[in-house]
Design a binder for this molecule. Structure first.
Ligand code: SF4
Length: 424
């Protein structure tokens, strides 16, 4: 098994991934979430980092954000839809959504023209609105977002070449644009917490498990970019400055009992409140104060033809812009977990866990858990044969595509209702 932002190889063992990457299990939090979305209920979202911050914010009706990005190097497909559904769910639960169109990455790393980046990027914008994103959101193209570009520059000061090489395996021939991308992505993730967008807040980034190195780096950078660091002491917090001891003087205005020492300040009182007050001071004096971003990790989506979904193989995925009839054919030709003959299938039953069609039902097409279980059971018992099952999946895909394509057209007329940062 190999899982990196550029390569996913072999059969992925998700429990091993949790252990290796040091993630937390999502199922441990599930009972705390009110009406969890289907990807959560079904274990498709299997891991997280600090998602408790979001659970807490949702429970207490506090401000939080959800952010993720899409590289417009190919049209939006069902793989992207999974992330879009996660953004929309959090947005509908009260989170402010930040949606990045990663056109700088598509241009700088994949070599797409800016015009193409914009055209394809707009399909992502329309798609996520069509999927239900509400107006409590900011949708932007990286190249047009001065906040992100400036923040990326600041964050780049906190990371060195050796570190990037160790994380991403960059070589001496790697172009500078590619080396700069992690700083842009970190800025995408932290930008919802800038003071111009309401200041520090819990932010969740729903991603595929292969994107974890970006999350880990961003969480480190979030801490390094802050002026003050905290250490728990009895009855309070010890605060140090990362950027020079003169900043410690700014803490004189704190309304808590405090003692100043050479190089640190001990502050006594409720830790959470002290931290909140210090973060406010940090922003006032022009620093960055970020709460480490949370993340959720979903499983990889299998290609319809088996193996990896690949943008160079259109038959391996369903694009949201596919002609419904064309998509129907893809489903009918998909690899299933069926047996070699109908006779064998009746006798031994099918294998839904190995079936790309069942994955479509599970991830996208069937909302009700009972209906999904019925299909799983009929398949396993041999009552349901693949021909009939694929026809049903195809009919759901056709219905979905007709509906989403209609809504994408309508989204074009509703763009003015959204805060969208477009390239000029
Ligand atoms: Fe897949 Fe359906 Fe065939 Fe079962 S019956 S293997 S779920 S296509």
């Amino acid at each position: 098994m190999k899982v990196t932002p550029w390569e996913v190889e072999g059969v992925v063992d998700y429990s091993k991934l949790i252990e290796e990457f040091g993630m937390e299990k999502f199922e441990d939090l599930l009972s705390e979430i009110e009406e969890p979305m289907r990807l959560m209920r079904r274990g498709v979202i299997f891991g997280h980092r600090d998602y408790w911050r979001i659970v807490e914010a949702m429970k207490e009706g506090k401000e939080f954000a959800v952010m993720s990005g899409f590289m417009p190097s190919g049209l939006p497909h069902f793989g992207h839809k999974m992330t879009m559904d996660e953004i929309v769910w959090h947005n509908q639960k009260g989170g402010k959504a930040f949606v990045a169109i990663a056109d700088m990455e598509a241009h700088g790393v994949r070599g797409l023209s800016w015009k193409k980046c914009f055209e394809i990027g707009m399909e992502y914008v329309k798609a996520i609105i069509a999927l239900g994103l509400n107006e409590n959101s900011v949708i932007y193209f990286q190249s047009a977002n001065e906040f992100v570009k400036n923040l990326a520059f600041e964050l780049a000061a906190e990371v060195n070449w050796g570190e990037l090489r160790a994380i991403y395996g960059f070589e001496s021939e790697t172009p500078l644009t590619k080396i700069y991308v992690p700083a842009i992505q970190a800025a995408d993730i932290l930008f919802p917490q800038l003071k111009e967008f309401g200041g520090p807040k819990p932010t969740v980034v729903p991603v595929g498990a292969d994107q974890d190195p970006h999350i880990r780096l961003t969480r480190d950078l979030a801490a390094r970019a802050s002026i003050f660091s905290f250490e728990e002491i009895e009855g309070g917090l010890r605060i140090r400055s990362r950027k020079g001891n003169e900043f410690l003087k700014e803490l004189e205005s704190l309304n808590f009992e405090k003692k100043f020492y050479e190089g640190h300040v001990d502050v006594f009182g409720e830790k959470k409140k002290i931290e909140e007050e210090v973060r406010k001071i940090e922003i006032e004096i022009g620093g960055f104060a970020f709460i480490p971003p949370s993340s959720t990790y979903h499983k990889f989506i299998t290609g319809l033809t088996g193996g990896k979904m690949s943008s160079s193989k259109p038959e391996s995925y369903i694009s949201l812009l596919d002609e419904p009839e064309e998509a129907k054919k893809k489903v009918m030709n998909a690899l299933t977990g069926g047996r070699a003959t109908a006779e064998e299938q009746r006798r031994f039953g099918g294998e839904p866990e190995k079936c790309a069609v069942f994955e479509l039902y599970n991830y996208h097409l069937i909302e009700e858990d009972e209906e999904l279980e019925e299909i799983r059971e009929s398949c396993k018992s041999g009552k349901l044969l693949c021909g009939k099952c694929k026809k049903y999946a195809a009919s759901l895909v056709v219905e979905f595509l007709k509906d989403i394509q209609e809504k994408m057209k309508e989204a074009e007329d509703r763009l003015d209702d959204y805060e969208v940062i477009f390239p000029k």
